[in-house]
Design a protein around this ligand. Structure first.
Ligand code: URA
Length: 244
């Protein structure tokens, strides 16, 4: 019988390992301990076949919901790098709580070590590619505190596409000067290395604090403390492409 759109078959131990981000061995331990049920019946076989879209699986009484991909918003603190693993430095993946960890997660885009704010962590390579592709122009908004007050000349320079060191011309960027003129919101449509800092440097100013507060149509959740993360629901992730 051909598989319908509603059927995706998996081995039980593989499903638990993938969805809970544990090893296959640990997944089997749950089954061995009789802590796993499938549709209300205690599971006994590691290789039991389940339909991940239809069957209800619980582990220690908690339902394991099937997600093809996961999208996580993290409020990155200073001193942490946007990488999967590093020998010497703490990475955003190291900070994830156990319940959000799973195989294949990576940060979609980079913030500098000393930049705070919104990092999207996912295992969805296709979405990440779309966000990061130079052709997609997903806007990213940063709050910056500057060494000196910003002025209207800077708004114009950014609007026209400022040339940064090395002769690289930036795409037009938005700049809003806040009531304290040393504070600004800057909107970029591309992601060059150290771009915000280099743009202000080229304009004769310096960034002293930087935080990303929005990617596309999704704002950083103000309730997330530094280093905290929460899942972005599948129904909300499409807002990444809804710009303001
Ligand atoms: N621009 C920067 O200069 N640093 C970041 O981390 C992000 C954008």
């Amino acid at each position: 019988m051909p598989a319908s759109r509603n059927s995706k078959i998996s081995r039980l131990d593989k499903f638990i390992a993938e969805q809970m981000a544990v090893s296959r061995e640990d997944a089997r331990k749950y089954i061995k301990k009789r802590s796993v049920t499938v549709n209300g019946v205690t599971a006994r076989l590691y290789d039991m076949k389940i339909n991940v879209r239809k069957d209800t699986v619980t582990v220690e009484g908690n339902e394991i919901l099937y997600r093809s991909h996961i999208y996580i918003m993290m409020n990155k603190p200073k001193g942490v790098i946007c990488a999967v693993k590093d020998r010497n430095e703490k990475t955003v993946i190291d900070l994830l709580p156990e319940n959000l960890k799973r195989k294949g997660l990576f940060p979609a885009g980079r913030l500098d070590r000393d930049t705070e704010g919104f990092v999207l962590i996912t295992d969805d390579g296709e979405l990440s590619h779309k966000i990061l592709s130079p052709r997609s122009h997903v806007p990213k908004v940063y709050f910056a505190r500057l060494l000196n007050e910003a002025d209207n000349g800077c708004i114009k320079e950014f609007e026209e596409g400022i040339v940064i060191d090395g002769g690289d011309k930036c795409l037009p960027a938005g700049l809003e000067i806040l009531s304290d003129k040393q504070e600004v919101l800057i909107t970029l449509y591309e992601g060059k290395y150290h771009q915000v800092k280099r743009m202000f440097h080229a304009a004769g100013n310096e960034v002293v604090y930087l935080k990303r507060i929005r990617i596309g149509g999704i704002s950083l959740d103000e309730n997330l403390a530094h280093g905290e993360a929460r899942e972005i629901l599948h129904k909300d992730i499409c807002n990444i492409y809804t710009f303001f």
